[in-house]
Design a protein. Structure first.
Length: 247
């Protein structure tokens, strides 16, 4: 079976417009695949470029070089070359992004936000709202909060609503950017359970987890992003080892 996600020779450099348009190369030569039903975890210290990789795959950052090939149906689409319309279509049908931050429309009830992805994909209201309620219970969001907009919640509660919404209808490829940050042990366990369940359903997952215990429980492989870091002159940079740690 072809890989759900193929990353080839990916690179990112930023242009520093306040410094005479100097170029800051961050990572280069990134190479790995993610299979359906697999969780690959990006490892490395803060600032290594892990989130930059996720954002290039999602299309938030443009790719400086290389390709990000997303399997959709029987064909691949290269995010690095996709236009805005194709990118939006992929986000609706194939690639989901989950961070520790919730971005929602004000005044929309929490239960409606969590049910919406399933409703949009054809689930009956009864099924969508039952599933939303189960997810919110699993993630320990008090029922008294469900009719309220999550913009009024604490940071941890908003994070759990964000996770519930993402896993209400997991897309074939899920990008997870520190989804368990700031969660207590019980809620981290709930998120791990959702990830493992998504893997069993064949979802391809690429994530960043700073919590070592969570990382060890969900990861099939690690990709060490420090192997792709660039060091040296700001304009050109020099390449470090391209070794990928897969253990």
């Amino acid at each position: 079976m072809p890989a759900a996600l193929q990353i080839h020779d990916l690179a990112k450099r930023f242009t520093l417009h306040m410094q005479d348009s100097a170029e800051l190369p961050v990572i280069t030569g990134v190479e790995f695949n993610v299979e359906a039903g697999e969780c690959v975890v990006l490892s490395g210290p803060s600032g290594a470029g892990k989130s930059s990789v996720l954002k290039m795959i999602y299309g938030t950052y443009p790719c400086s070089l290389g390709s990000v090939r997303i399997l959709t149906g029987d064909n691949y689409v290269d995010i690095a070359k996709a236009n805005a319309r194709d990118l939006l279509a992929l986000r609706r049908s194939t690639v989901g992004y989950v961070s520790q931050f919730l971005r929602v429309i004000p005044r929309v009830a929490t239960i409606d936000l969590v049910a919406e992805p399933s409703l949009r994909r054809g689930a009956t209201p009864e099924t969508a709202y039952e599933q939303a309620a189960n997810l919110l219970r699993q993630l320990n969001v008090p029922e008294r909060l469900w009719p309220l907009p999550p913009s009024t919640f604490s940071g941890g509660e908003q994070q759990r609503v964000n996770i519930a919404r993402a896993f209400a209808y997991p897309l074939p490829i899920m990008l997870l950017d520190e989804p368990t940050a700031s969660l207590d042990a019980g809620n981290r366990d709930a998120v791990v359970s959702l990830i493992l369940k998504a893997k069993r359903r064949g979802v391809a997952i690429l994530g960043i987890f700073h919590d070592k215990d969570v990382r060890e429980r969900v990861a099939d492989r690690l990709v060490d992003v420090t192997a792709f870091q660039v060091s040296g002159d700001t304009k050109t940079g020099s390449r470090k080892s391209r070794r990928t740690d897969m253990n």
